[in-house]
Every structure is written in C-alpha cells, then in structure tokens.
Design a protein around this ligand. Structure first.
Ligand SMILES: NC(=O)c1ccc[n+]([C@@H]2O[C@H](COP(=O)([O-])OP(=O)(O)OC[C@H]3O[C@@H](n4cnc5c(N)ncnc54)[C@H](OP(=O)(O)O)[C@@H]3O)[C@@H](O)[C@H]2O)c1
Length: 263
C-alpha cells in the first residue's frame, strides 16, 4: 500500500499512468499528474472525482509538462514541489512506441522514441534528484521508471522501442547504485503487454495481454515493497528470459518466424 506520499507521476493522461494516478489518489496520496495534453489530465481528475466524491479535492493536480523539453521539465519539478511539498516519489510512466518496418532504419524515428523513453526519463529524474538527495522526509525518496519486458531479448520491429527501454533499464540500475549513499531508492518496472492506447493499434499477437487495472496493481505492489525490479506478467517474463538463455533457438528458429515479411 502506498499512502500519504507526495508523488509526481509523468505520463498520467492515459493507459497505465492514468490507472496508477487514480489508484494512488484513491489511496490518499497527493499526486501531480503530467503529460503534454491538459484535456486528458483534466479527464483523469474528473474520473477521480466521480469515483471518489467524498475525497477532498486537490489529491490529483494536473500539470502540463513535455519531458522532451529540458528547461520545461526542470522548471516543472520546482513547481510540482511548490504545489504539494518535497517529493517522496517520481513515477516516470511516459512512453513512446514506434515500430521499424522492413528493417528500414530512420534516425528521426529513433530520435522521437529516445527523446521520450530515454532523454525524457533522464530529464525528469535529473530534475527531481537534487531535492531528493537532500530530502528530510521521514522515508527514503523513490524513483520509479517504467521500461518494458521488450528489452529482455531482441524482438522483431522493436529496434528503436526495445533498445530505448534497454537504455532506460541500464540507466535506472546504474542510478540505483549511485543513489544508495544518498538514501534514494530506484525501482524499474517492466510490463509485458497491457491493453492501453499504446497497444491498441498492434496488429500482432500479444501473449499474456493484461488489463490496465491488473497492471497498475502489480506496479503498486512492487513499488510499495521498494523492489529493485517489478516484472510482470510472470509467464511472459519467463518466456522471454528463456529465449535469452537459448539464443541459438531464439535467433535461429523462433525469432525469425515472428519477424514480419513485407514488401
Ligand atoms: N502498454 C504496454 O503493453 C506496455 C508494455 C511495456 C511497457 N509499457 C510502457 O508503459 C508506459 C505507459 O504506456 P501505456 O501503455 O500506458 O501507453 P499510453 O497510454 O500511450 O501512455 C503514454 C503516456 O505518455 C505520455 N507522453 C508521451 N510523450 C510525452 C512527453 N513528451 N512528455 C510527457 N508525457 C508524454 C502520454 O501523454 P500525452 O500524449 O498527453 O503527452 C501518455 O499519457 C510507457 O513507458 C510504455 O512504454 C507499456
């Protein structure tokens, strides 16, 4: 259970972030929710108020922030703390997915994906760290970054998305080591397939697809335990880990069958 925390949740206008925002607010946390679109953020606040009419207003505060904008993100972190107080937790859930077709590589596509999934995450974490490192809050502050199980082993068409998530995982793991002496915890969240706007247009099989409610529950349970890694669902985690342990089978037999042949 996560309660009475001051949280900045980025990527909260839809999908997993939206569900996390609603659950965290219902559990009594003060959550500033960010994304690029004010309409979707306001929609999350309205949904919270309709689900929890008894809860005092102010638990969910919308704040527009585009994490690809370095200055805007740095300024946002200061504003967010001014609004709710010294942060206990950053949850970086913003993400962008674009697939590569026919192995036709576009640097622009990679930049769009990396700008959110990697540089956006670095921007947001960098913006909150100075205050977290010198935090006087009773519990250790926590940085939570949402990456993906797609980074466990090479997947077809995921050259940009999967590699950006692998970078995010490495970034968070290294940071965990360097932040230990500052008493700041870091948790990496690796979801499998979750039914959200991001996966709505996927036209390939999504094994062990989860509903967003269940995914948000898994994340909250793992984050509350301050786990180093929160991987789910278990069956997809094991499948992908097995694939990475038997590369001859994955890259020689199974993987090529999954790769799409077009054009
Ligand atoms: N769904 C899955 O199967 C799955 C699996 C593994 C990992 N993930 C990861 O889980 C996270 C949430 O994904 P989701 O499935 O819930 O997708 P989603 O519904 O598309 O949510 C992504 C959120 O990121 C925000 N965002 C995008 N660019 C941004 C930017 N430049 N600045 C600030 N916010 C930005 C979007 O809001 P705005 O457009 O309003 O900015 C949106 O609310 C992502 O990191 C995703 O990669 C998802």
């Amino acid at each position: 259970m996560i309660t009475n925390k001051k949280i900045w949740l980025i990527g909260a206008g839809s999908g997993i972030g939206r569900e996390l925002a609603l659950k965290l607010a219902s559990a009594g946390n003060s959550v500033v929710i960010s994304g690029r679109g004010i309409d979707s953020l306001n929609g999350v606040v309205a949904e919270h108020q309709s689900r929890e009419p008894q809860t005092p207003n102010g638990k969910l505060v919308p704040y527009v922030c585009d994490v690809t904008n370095d200055e805007q993100t740095a300024a946002a972190a200061i504003e967010v703390s001014a609004m709710i107080g010294a942060l206990d937790m950053l949850v970086f859930c913003a993400g962008r997915c674009e697939y590569v077709d026919n192995a036709e590589l576009s640097t622009d596509l990679f930049r769009r994906v990396y700008d959110v999934n990697v540089f956006g995450m670095v921007n947001a974490v960098a913006a909150v760290l100075p205050a977290m490192k010198s935090s006087h809050n009773t519990e250790r502050p926590q940085v939570v970054g949402v990456a993906s199980l797609s980074a466990v082993v090479g997947l077809p068409r995921a050259e940009a998305y999967g590699s950006s998530k692998a970078a995010a995982i490495y970034f968070l793991e290294a940071l965990r080591l360097d932040l230990a002496r500052f008493k700041v915890d870091v948790t990496v969240v690796n979801p499998g397939f979750v039914e959200t706007p991001m996966t709505a247009s996927n036209d390939f099989p999504m094994p062990f697809l989860m509903q967003v409610d269940e995914a948000a529950e898994c994340i909250i349970r793992g984050v509350a335990k301050r786990k180093r890694k929160v991987n789910f669902p278990l069956r997809l985690t094991l499948t992908l880990k097995l694939a990475s342990m038997f590369p001859a089978l994955w890259f020689g037999v199974i993987g090529p069958r999954l790769a799409r042949r077009e054009g």
